[in-house]
Design a protein. Structure first.
Length: 100
């Protein structure tokens, strides 16, 4: 009787036999942590809404359009560089021809 090892006893299984948590357990959040997360998310969304769209800011910044290929440019200097590299045979229109 004293030579019996602990391995000869049957193993007790825990209530949870799988490795991953159940979907119901995964969605459960502690009340206080959930409220804090919701508040932080609300602040983040309000800041994003206040800042506006990046596309709107892009449209405001791109004021000049290349007459040859319709590529948008931010300023006349960029248009000159664009003409030198993309349209070397054509002359760049004067700055006065673009309405500000």
């Amino acid at each position: 009787f004293w030579l019996r090892s602990s391995a000869s006893r049957p193993l007790q299984r825990s209530a949870r036999t799988h490795c991953r948590p159940c979907p119901a357990e995964d969605t459960m959040v502690r009340g206080h942590a959930k409220e804090k997360a919701q508040e932080a998310n609300a602040k983040k969304m309000a800041a994003m809404k206040k800042s506006g769209s990046q596309m709107e800011a892009r449209k405001e910044g791109l004021k000049i359009v290349c007459p040859a290929c319709k590529a948008p440019m931010t300023n006349y200097k960029c248009l000159q560089q664009h003409y030198d590299s993309k349209h070397p045979k054509e002359t760049c229109p004067p700055e006065d021809s673009f309405a500000k």
